[in-house]
Design a binder for this molecule. Structure first.
Ligand code: 5GP
Length: 175
């Protein structure tokens, strides 16, 4: 497989993560019980970096979903594979996603987490494919908008490969 072509460099990612962490730290009160909910598997590196840059108290939970249907695009039918373990009732939830494509996954997650009766639910995504949106879902904290191409690295995979690259790159499916 050829090496992915760099789309967003390690330096760009790190400085944007620092900015996002600053914004989030300023928006929440230090007394708020902030719970970062990382969406497995793709968000694990973003969540690790973002959470360590925050200057306010926070706890970490994970959630896992999968999409019905074949192929790489989600069909809109999302299935919960693993729910949060801790009690998030009355707490401030920030969903940390790797990438928003059609928006179905994030929309599902917001509804799912709201059913746990948290104090608030906001969303943070490192990357969004703006042209691919099929549902209207608000990303409160966004790293980068990109075009409609398959990206890997910084947690994102192609057939489980390239997740640990320090940058975000583009692979063509033929590689
Ligand atoms: P959505 O429900 O917004 O269409 O899809 C979101 C999910 O699709 C992401 O969490 C991710 O798992 C997957 N996805 C969409 N586009 C890409 C991409 O370019 N690269 C990777 N690795 N995953 C993607």
């Amino acid at each position: 497989m050829n090496m992915p072509v760099v789309l967003i460099s390690e330096e760009e990612i790190q400085s944007r993560v620092l900015e996002l962490a600053g914004q989030i730290s300023a928006d929440y009160d230090a007394n708020d019980e902030l719970v970062l909910v990382g969406v497995l598997k793709g968000s694990f590196i973003f969540l690790a970096d973002l959470s360590r840059r925050l200057t306010i108290p926070r706890t970490i939970e994970f959630i896992a979903v999968s999409s019905y249907g074949s192929g790489s695009r989600s069909t809109g039918a999302v299935r919960l594979v693993m729910d949060v373990r801790g009690n998030i009732e009355g707490k401030h939830v920030l969903i940390v996603e790797d990438i928003v494509d059609t928006g179905h996954t994030l929309k599902y997650l917001i509804g799912m987490l709201e059913s746990h009766r948290p104090a608030s639910v906001r969303t943070c995504a490192l990357v969004r494919k703006a042209e691919s949106a099929e549902v209207d879902v608000k990303v409160d904290y966004l790293g980068f908008d990109i075009g409609n191409e398959w990206v890997v690295g910084y947690g994102l995979d192609y057939a489980e490969q390239n997740r640990t690259l320090p940058y975000i790159g583009v692979v063509s499916p033929d590689d």
